[in-house]
Design a protein around this ligand. Structure first.
Ligand code: HEC
Length: 369
C-alpha cells in the first residue's frame, strides 16, 4: 500500500535532506531508508531531489539484484540501469527474479539487449538470453529464436536453449514440436532436448506419445527380480542420470535441480529393489513432503507442483524449480494428487541394462562415498 504524499513528505525531507551527514559520507542504512521511503510516496519526483538520486544510485550499486532493486528501476523508469538488469536476467535465467528482470528490461524498451546477447559468441550468455527471452514472451524477441535453431553453426547448447525457449512451456506449441520430431525435421543433436520437453509436457497425451517415440526399451520390460540380477556400471549410470531427465528434478553429486528429493545419499536410504520400484512405479510410494498438488486460481489457471503454506500465502514449486507465491484469496481449490509428480515410464527411455547402470549409480551414492 502506498502512503499519501502528505504524511511522508516530511519524513523524506528529513531522511534525504537535513538528516544526511553534512560531510556527505555514504551511509548504506540511510540510503536504504530513503529508498524505502520514496518508494512509498505516490508520485515522488526523483528528478527533483539530487540527494535522493544519490541514495538511489548508491543503493542500486550496493544491492544489485537485491530486495528493492527491481522495484526501484520499475518505479522510476531507470533506463540507465539496463546493463545491470541484463546481467540479472542472464545470471538468474532459471529463477523468477531473472524472469522479472527480463520482463522489466523489455518494458523499459531495452529488450534489444537480450536479442544482442542471443547473437553473441559467448555460448553460456547466449543460452541464458534464450531462456530470458522465453520468460518475457515478447513476440519480437521470440521471433529471433527460430533463426538460432536453424543455424547449424551455433553450438548445440545454444540451439537447445532456443528449442526449450520456444517449446518448453506451452503444450500447444509442443504438439508442433512433436510433429517435427515425428517427421524427422528436427536436427539429430536436438533430439535429447526435444525428448525432455515432450516427456515433461503438461499434456498427458503428448507425454504418452513422446514415451513411445523415444522409448528404446521395446516390448516387455524385465521384472524387478530379473533386473536385480544385472550388475550395472555406476559410471555409465552417472551419465544416464543427466541424459535421461533425472537431473531436471533431482540433485545428486552436485548436479541437478532440487525439485524432488535430493539423491546424494539415496544409497543409504533405498536398496536396489526400492530404487527400481521408485523408478518403475513412482506413484506406489510417494515421499513425504513431495506430494503433488493441483491448485486452481480464480482466473481459472491450473498450477501443479509442491506446496508450502503460510497464513496468507501459498508457495508452489513447479517442475523445473521455479517458485510462485500466491495470495490465498486468489485460490479457488486445491487438491492433493494421487500420482507422483515423477512421471511414470521414465525407464522406457532406457534399455534394461542402462536402467541397471542407473540404479548401480544411485546405490553408490552414500554418505561415506
Ligand atoms: C518431473 C520430475 C521428476 C523427474 C524427471 C524424476 N523424478 Fe524422481 N522423484 C520426483 C518426485 C517429486 C519424487 C518424490 C515423490 C515420490 O516419491 O514419488 C521423486 C522420487 C524419486 C525417488 C525416491 C526418493 C526417496 O527419497 O524416496 C528416486 C530414487 C527417484 N525419484 C529417482 C529418479 C530417477 C533415477 C530419475 C530419472 C530416470 C527421476 N527420479 C526423474 C520427481 C522426478
Amino acid at each position: 500500500m502506498r502512503i499519501s504524499h502528505h504524511c511522508l513528505s516530511a519524513l523524506v525531507m528529513g531522511a534525504a535532506g537535513f538528516a544526511l551527514p553534512a560531510t556527505g559520507q555514504e551511509d548504506p542504512s540511510r540510503d536504504a531508508l530513503i529508498v524505502e521511503t520514496i518508494l512509498r510516496i505516490e508520485g515522488f519526483d526523483l528528478s527533483g531531489s539530487t540527494k535522493a538520486q544519490g541514495a538511489v544510485k548508491r543503493y542500486l550499486k550496493d544491492n544489485w539484484g537485491g530486495e528493492r532493486y527491481l522495484d526501484l528501476i520499475e518505479r522510476f523508469d531507470l533506463k540507465e540501469e539496463a546493463p545491470g538488469l541484463l546481467r540479472l536476467a542472464l545470471k538468474k535465467s532459471e529463477s523468477p527474479a531473472g524472469a522479472e528482470a527480463a520482463t522489466l528490461l523489455v518494458s523499459l524498451g531495452k529488450g534489444a539487449l537480450l536479442a544482442e546477447t542471443l547473437e553473441k559468441e559467448d555460448e553460456v550468455a547466449a543460452g541464458q538470453a534464450a531462456k530470458a527471452i522465453a520468460h518475457t514472451g515478447d513476440t519480437t524477441l521470440m521471433a529471433a529464436l527460430p533463426k538460432v535453431l536453424a543455424n547449424p553453426d551455433r553450438p548445440v547448447s545454444v540451439r537447445s536453449s532456443a528449442l526449450a525457449a520456444l517449446y518448453g512451456k506451452d503444450p500447444e506449441s509442443q504438439s508442433k514440436l512433436l510433429a517435427m520430431v515425428k517427421s524427422n525435421e528436427l536436427a539429430e543433436d536436438l533430439r535429447q532436448t526435444a525428448s525432455e520437453i515432450l516427456m515433461l509436457s503438461r499434456n498427458p497425451e503428448i507425454r504418452e506419445e513422446a514415451k513411445t517415440i523415444f522409448s528404446v526399451a521395446g516390448g516387455d520390460y524385465p521384472s524387478i527380480a530379473e533386473l536385480l540380477k544385472r550388475k550395472g556400471d555406476p559410471s555409465r549410470g552417472k551419465e544416464l542420470f543427466v541424459t535421461k531427465t533425472c537431473m531436471i528434478c533431482h540433485e545428486a553429486g552436485g548436479t541437478g535441480i532440487n525439485f524432488g528429493p535430493g539423491l546424494s545419499q539415496i544409497g543409504d536410504k533405498l536398496d536396489g529393489r526400492a530404487l527400481y520400484q521408485a523408478i518403475l512405479q513412482p506413484s506406489e510410494k510417494i515421499s513425504m513432503g513431495f506430494e503433488g498438488w493441483e491448485v486452481t486460481l480464480k482466473n481459472k489457471t491450473k498450477l501443479v507442483g509442491i506446496i508450502e503454506e503460510t497464513e496468507e500465502n501459498l508457495t508452489l514449486t513447479m517442475i523445473g524449480g521455479a517458485k510462485q507465491t500466491i495470495d490465498k484469496g486468489e485460490i479457488t481449490s486445491k487438491a492433493k494428487m494421487k500420482q507422483s509428480l515423477m512421471y511414470p515410464g521414465l525407464h522406457q527411455l532406457m534399455t534394461p541394462d542402462e536402467l541397471a547402470d542407473l540404479v548401480a549409480y544411485l546405490s553408490s551414492l552414500r554418505k561415506d562415498g
